[in-house]
Design a binder for this molecule. Structure first.
Ligand SMILES: NC(=O)c1ccc[n+]([C@@H]2O[C@H](COP(=O)([O-])OP(=O)(O)OC[C@H]3O[C@@H](n4cnc5c(N)ncnc54)[C@H](O)[C@@H]3O)[C@@H](O)[C@H]2O)c1
Ligand SMILES: *[C@@H]1O[C@H](CO)[C@@H](O)[C@H](O)[C@H]1NC(C)=O
Length: 428
């Protein structure tokens, strides 16, 4: 694992401004020791504004122009993408330093597929965790390139260097409540970034088949349980959901016009080792262990709030199943040559568990009583329940989740205690 010192030196969306930034700090110091002119404080003020601008939310920053290219770099890209089994794939995995991306990349590599990761390492949550996942993949020879899916020059270059057979597109701005703080990050990654990727895939020779992550959140306020793929999804409850729903429609248009093979996977509350620190089960674990109170939501009339929690290994099997049954794209030279596959699947667990039962399971596993603060579910993005009908995925590629919440959380807690326990020791 890299030291935290190293990690703190990596900006969220590092870019060309970096040298100027240190230069500015330098100039600031020089002026500070010789405050001769009255305009000095004006200059300081401008500097502060500029520094605040540099440290603002990731989506407001220019795309990074990190040093890439050259023969050594190409060698690395090619070697990571190299297929090592008969009839294996060469897969570009976006969001590879993310929770699902790391697990899917490892599984693909393990069975002999070539994998190249792409991730912008944004600071939506702890970057140290993303770096640790990167280190993990690097140990088995998987290269995660640091870059944004909006960087057309970089992504185009990747398709020139490697003829990817498939794209596993998992990069996104996830989370529901963060949209109140940084709405544009959803548009940046989930809409602009997706369109940029599709544009490049449509012109690539050969066109890859694309499997991408949609979300159970597309089922909005007017969907009845269990959620089936043909149900209405026209009343999103959050900006996140609205951008994921747009993604499905944008994908359909690219399938229709350019013959791109596209498969959307609607994940239902994925959890497990190396999971996302912004999600309830992760936050609960952290706060229960610290003896801090946790917020347990209930609906307006004291009803339960429940989720169809799905264990990461089951999701990975679903992702691989979708890749394995994806047909080739039909277009060439940016033109459609025939109808191509377009599919959307639920990937859930089919057994919703209430948030209060989730807390009880965690209490048992952690052997600590939680300080529960029961609160009404705020109407800022979360729906009251989710429940997947998975019969479509079952029929198409034998998708069958096998891990219940108790078993899966046990594995998560074991990972959590190991990861944070060991880290504490190595820092003291
Ligand atoms: N985990 C869940 O419960 C869940 C549920 C439904 C849908 N999903 C979807 O599954 C996918 C993976 O989710 P996850 O839980 O692994 O989330 P994650 O945040 O851990 O992973 C996403 C990764 O994408 C990267 N990324 C974001 N914007 C990018 C950009 N513009 N360019 C390059 N990289 C970028 C991030 O740095 C991050 O590492 C996402 O599309 C998410 O919306 C997840
Ligand atoms: C589940 O989905 C399948 C296929 O889309 C559908 O035929 C079936 O009626 C659904 N089941 C329920 C209980 O809604």
């Amino acid at each position: 694992m890299k030291s935290s010192h190293h990690d703190h030196n990596i900006p969220s969306t590092p870019g060309k401004f970096k040298p100027e930034k240190s230069n500015l700090y330098h100039r600031f110091r020089l002026h500070y020791s010789h405050p001769t002119k009255p305009t000095f404080w004006g200059f300081v003020f401008l500097c502060l504004i500029f520094i605040i601008f540099l440290n603002s939310s990731p989506s407001d920053q220019p795309l990074k122009t990190q040093s890439w290219g050259g023969s050594e770099w190409e060698k690395r890209v090619k070697s990571s993408s190299k297929i090592r089994s008969k009839s294996g794939f060469s897969v570009l995995v976006t969001g590879a330093a993310g929770f699902v991306g790391t697990h899917v990349s490892a599984a693909l590599h393990h069975r002999g597929d070539g994998v190249l990761g792409l991730d912008n390492f944004n600071d939506y949550y702890d970057i140290t965790l993303k770096r640790a996942r990167q280190d993990l993949l690097q140990k088995s020879g998987i290269y995660i390139l640091e870059g944004d899916i909006n960087d057309a020059v970089l992504v185009k270059k990747l398709f020139e260097v490697v003829h990817f057979t498939h794209v596993m597109h998992l990069a996104a701005q996830a989370g529901v409540r963060y949209a109140m703080k940084n709405p544009k990050s959803y548009v940046h990654s989930n809409i602009d970034g997706f369109v940029n990727l599709l544009e490049i895939c449509k012109s690539a020779e050969p066109q890859p088949a694309i499997v991408w992550a949609s979300s159970s959140s597309v089922y909005g306020l007017n969907t009845k349980v269990p959620f089936s793929e043909t149900d209405r999804t026209d009343q999103p409850a959050s900006l996140y959901a609205a951008t994921k729903k747009s993604g499905e429609e944008i994908a359909h248009a690219y399938n229709h016009i350019y013959g791109l093979s596209l498969t959307g996977l609607r994940f239902f509350t994925v959890y497990g080792p190396w999971g996302r620190p912004d999600m309830a089960y992760f936050l609960f674990t952290k706060n229960i262990l610290k003896g801090k109170a946790i917020r347990v939501y209930e609906s307006g009339d004291h009803g339960t709030v429940s989720r169809d929690f799905t264990y990461i290994d089951d999701i990975v099997k679903g992702c691989l199943g979708a890749l394995d049954t994806a047909e080739k794209s039909t277009g060439s030279s940016g033109k459609k040559k025939g109808d191509a596959q377009f599919r959307v699947f639920n990937l859930g667990n089919t057994s919703p568990v209430s948030v209060s039962d989730l807390v009880s399971i965690l209490e048992k596993l952690l052997k600590v009583k939680a300080k529960r603060r029961v609160m009404k579910l705020p109407r800022n993005g979360d729906v009251q329940f989710t429940h997947a009908n998975i019969s479509l995925a079952q029929r198409a590629f034998g998708y069958k989740p096998t891990t219940d919440l108790q078993t899966g959380l046990k594995k998560f807690v074991r990972w959590y205690e190991g990861y944070y326990g060991l880290r504490k020791k190595s820092h003291h």
